[in-house]
Design a protein around this ligand. Sequence first.
Ligand code: IPM
Ligand code: MG
Length: 370
Amino acid sequence: MKDPAKLLILAGDGIGTEIMREARRVAEWFAARPGANLMLDEALFGIAAWRAEGAVLSDATWAKIEACDAILFGAIGSPDYDLIPPERRQRDSLLRIRGELDLFANLRPIRLIDALADASTLRPEIVRGTDLVIVRELVGGLYFGEPRGISDLPDGRQEAVNTLRYASDEIERIARVAFDLARTRRGRVCSVDKANVMETGALWRRVVQAVHDRDYGDVALSHMYADNCAMQLVRDPRQFDVVVTENTFGDILSDCAAMVAGSIGMLPSASLGPVMPDGRRQALYEPIHGSAPDIAGKGIANPLGAILSFALCLRLTLGRVEDAALLDRAVEAAVAAGARTADLAPAEAGTLSTREMGDRVLAELRRLAE
Ligand code: IPM
Ligand code: MG
């Protein structure tokens, strides 16, 4: 038998701990299924690691990251990061994992579960049927560009610099991910930039168009300015199939699109590296929401974004497509049966704790698998 696939859980900060506890229970359920061949491990990351190991991301954790087949990540962010010297923060953060593993392709599917049409702040008739994927470039642009930093000016003022830079091959490889994905869906890509203002946008547009014209004539390509895209996402989200964009726009637009799905707590993501010669690729799966320090430790956070991230892992790293579909269906069934954490329900309605939501998904899994 092949070596088992190694899945490393990094719960991280804030609500990361509580949501990942539920994601882990779900992962264990799948690991126990016939033929699963999956091994789970866990390591400290974030403030807890800083306290216990003197580093947000210790060498021991880094060794596990390098040895695993995929990471299931919770959340990063806490007011306590102020305790850490700024240069350590940057070097030890989630961005280091993204950068060093070259996880350039960030897939953020935004699909409204029909039963949640009323949970969105947008009208149900606008959001019903939404099913789009934001493909966000994840290891370039402002997040990584050099030079960067804050410096003192001779006249006593301070100055801060970040750099937005994209080379054509970086644009090309993310465009290919978007076009390939569109071929498995409804065959449409909308590329988002600020070509009207920025050279990076002009190059982005030109390269995406050229890749399309050369190799993806069967996919329908359109271009949109990022500001307009923010508006279109809330005006008429159903117009989108695959949206491809650079790092910072993808960050902002995916939070914006999240409200279409009822709550940011629902949304999973996959961050993938280049395909290696043996066909494998590095991968990190995480909910797109943050660490939510305001509700951390209360046991009320929505674990579904984390659980659905594991479903993406089943599909994209473990090749367990049927298991992934089973998990998607279990989450839908739980929600359709009325399971709601506080973020999904009006204040007066009864709500489930993080643990209870995990229980409901597991109960649906057992029922559906019978
Ligand atoms: C995200 C998050 C991260 C980002 C933060 C936590 C660094 O907002 O994954 O969208 O900005 O990329
Ligand atoms: Mg974000």
